[in-house]
Design a protein around this ligand. Structure first.
Ligand code: FE2
Length: 174
């Protein structure tokens, strides 16, 4: 657990001194040194959506993406830094368009990659592979109490994002 504590402390320090981009730089350094899942995470459990650290300023989560799982298009209403330590996480990127959203691009993240998002960025994230993806997701603020938005993937109608539904989806697919 010493390594886990060291990781959390390093991310908190990076946040205080360098904000989002400081967090991204430090996370990238850890990913490179780990070269895969860090020992303190233990055996990967598909569908795990667990909080590593949480306070009013910062939330660090470990997310294990079951094979083929996909989220709804959503924002976070806080900046985010994603770092992959195993597998692959693909993203569809969206922008607001009138009452709905429109596609503006896509992005593939592989092990060792990091990605920084702004508070109003919208993405669909999915695991396109037949094996588990392991990722650290870091959010400014208290991720679990920050209201977020999502969009119907077919009609693009906007609605509140209910995290309990996302957790259940991951658990069911895991
Ligand atoms: Fe997201």
């Amino acid at each position: 657990m010493e390594d886990k504590t060291h990781f959390i402390d390093a991310i908190k320090t990076a946040h205080e001194s360098g904000g989002r981009d400081g967090v991204r730089d430090v996370l990238a350094t850890f990913l490179e040194s780990w070269g895969g899942p860090p020992d303190w995470i233990g055996p990967l459990a598909g569908g795990d959506f667990s909080v590593i650290y949480r306070d009013d300023a910062l939330t660090i989560m470990n997310i294990i993406w079951p094979k083929g799982i996909i989220t709804e298009p959503h924002n976070h209403n806080s900046w985010a830094v994603i770092g992959i330590y195993q597998g692959r996480e693909d993203n569809l990127l969206w922008a607001r368009d009138g009452e709905g959203i429109k596609p503006i691009g896509s992005l593939t993240l592989a092990a060792g990659d990091t990605y920084a998002m702004s508070a109003d960025d919208i993405h669909t994230a999915f695991n396109p592979s037949q094996s588990l993806t392991g990722a650290i997701h870091i959010y400014e603020g208290d991720f679990l109490s920050t209201p977020k938005r999502e969009w119907d993937p077919i009609t693009h109608e906007e609605r509140p994002r209910i995290m309990a539904e996302t957790f259940a989806h991951f658990r069911d697919e895991g």
